[in-house]
Design a protein around this ligand. Structure first.
Ligand code: HEC
Length: 145
């Protein structure tokens, strides 16, 4: 009996590891599918917190005043501009809605560079903003029809 038990233990360990591995794999696939689905969802964040984040991180380059020149595109008219962008031939991103486009612009800024503005200036926030921060920001920016 004693000579068999190490083998059984080994098999058990393998089964356990296999189970663990496939559940990690499943979790990874699940979350990427979720991210793709979320891309175009309506934002569910807090508009006031989004405004605070915008004041802290974005307004220096994205003016909120009509007609005021800024380093990046102004936020006035962002939603209708986004709707035009995603249907233009030049757009190669994955967004299907203005909210999806705004999310993509913040998390993967190189996907589409707004004509007339320099490439590489818009920071990539995918490692600095939490999912909640992102939703708050998108909710706030969606008020700029
Ligand atoms: C250092 C300057 C800078 C900062 C800071 C910055 N951006 Fe940008 N952003 C740009 C520039 C330049 C562009 C246009 C070029 C491009 O598309 O990459 C841009 C493009 C965008 C666009 C697409 C706009 C459009 O009209 O299609 C969105 C949305 C955006 N930024 C959101 C944000 C948000 C939200 C923040 C803060 C979390 C932020 N940006 C911070 C410079 C900046």
């Amino acid at each position: 009996m004693l000579s068999i038990s190490p083998n059984i233990t080994l098999i058990q360990t393998r089964i356990l590891l296999l189970g663990l591995f496939s559940s990690i794999l499943l979790a990874a696939c699940g979350s990427s599918a979720q991210a793709t689905n979320r891309r175009n969802d309506s934002p569910t964040g807090d508009i006031n917190q989004g405004q605070e984040l915008h004041t802290a991180y974005c307004v220096g380059c994205h003016s909120r005043e009509q007609g005021k020149s800024s380093i990046g595109p102004p936020v006035v008219g962002l939603v209708s501009r986004s709707a035009e962008t995603i249907t233009s031939d030049d757009y190669k991103g994955k967004a299907e809605t203005p909210a999806g486009y705004i999310r993509e612009s913040i998390m993967e800024p190189g996907t589409y560079v707004v004509p007339g503005y320099p490439d590489g200036l818009m920071p990539n926030y995918s490692n600095t903003l939490s999912q909640d921060d992102l939703e708050n920001l998108v909710s706030y920016l969606m008020t700029y029809q």
